[in-house]
Design a protein around this ligand. Structure first.
Ligand code: ADP
Ligand code: MG
Length: 240
């Protein structure tokens, strides 16, 4: 579903992504881990062209994103992204947040969009908050709304950049459970996370990034019990 070949990204002289090549299958769940500054966010942001790659190619569902002819807005509609900070629209209620893009971007009727929004709110356990404003919600609730809002566009791929890093510890689980359910439902996902237990349980594949390189790509059991590179061994010693 996703094919990345020799992806590079430089800021000035600083090479942030250093020739990343990988393929992600439909339904695959990838957890991306690695030290701070290793290029995890930049990699994710290149996948939906929030950052423009300096070199290499990205093909998603047969369409080359990096081609000058690519219909970026259209491709992006199929890729949902959830950030560390939730970026909800503060002046809109929860249900307005969720129905905004489907009605404005996709031209779906408000009635239909609301029906779908309520289904999604049920799924993330927040049906009773439909008419609340974001300021009335906890961090964990906000993040679950942000996930529901992303899903309302019916993406084929979901990208998560440290979705629980801004949350108080007691709220991490409720968000991870929602992401886990989504993983189990067959969604193709890439998740940057520092939650090693979650990565081990939810992911099919672990990517370990360091200095803009994909150092290891392996099933969780293999990566966590028998990491191959010295750098991954050192990283795991620090975080486990
Ligand atoms: P990670 O998510 O793994 O912590 P990032 O992808 O955010 O890493 O950043 C990788 C490197 O790129 C860091 O050294 C960071 O300072 C640099 N970087 C990220 N975004 C920019 C930018 N817009 N301009 C310049 N440097 C950047
Ligand atoms: Mg980051």
């Amino acid at each position: 579903m996703i094919n990345v070949q020799n992806l590079t990204k430089t800021y000035g002289k600083h090479q942030v992504l250093n020739g990343i090549s990988t393929k992600v299958n439909k339904g695959e769940v990838v957890a991306i881990i690695g030290p701070s500054g290793s290029g995890k966010s930049t990699f994710l942001r290149c996948l939906n062209l929030l950052e423009t790659p300096t070199g290499g190619t990205i093909t998603i569902g047969g369409q080359e994103l990096t081609s000058p002819k690519a219909d970026v807005a259209r491709i992006r509609q199929h890729i949902g992204m959830v950030f560390q900070h939730f970026h909800l629209f503060p002046h809109m209620t929860v249900i307005e947040n969720i129905t905004f893009a489907p009605t404005q971007v996709k031209g779906i009727s408000l009635e239909q969009a609301k029906k779908k929004a309520m289904e999604l709110l049920n799924k993330v356990g927040l049906a009773d908050k439909a008419n609340s404003y974001p300021s009335k919600l906890s961090g964990g609730q906000k993040q679950r709304v942000a996930i529901a809002r992303s899903l309302a566009m019916e993406p084929e791929i979901m990208l998560f950049d440290e979705p629980t890093s801004a949350l108080d510890p007691e709220m991490v689980k409720e968000v991870l459970n929602v992401i886990k359910d989504l993983a189990d439902s067959g969604m193709t996902m890439l998740i940057v996370t520092h939650e090693m237990k979650f990565a081990r349980e939810a992911a099919d594949t672990i990517y370990f990034l360091d200095h803009g390189k994909l150092i290891e790509s392996a099933p969780p059991e293999q990566f966590f019990t028998n990491p191959k590179s010295e750098r991954a061994i050192r990283f795991l010693e620090q975080v486990l």
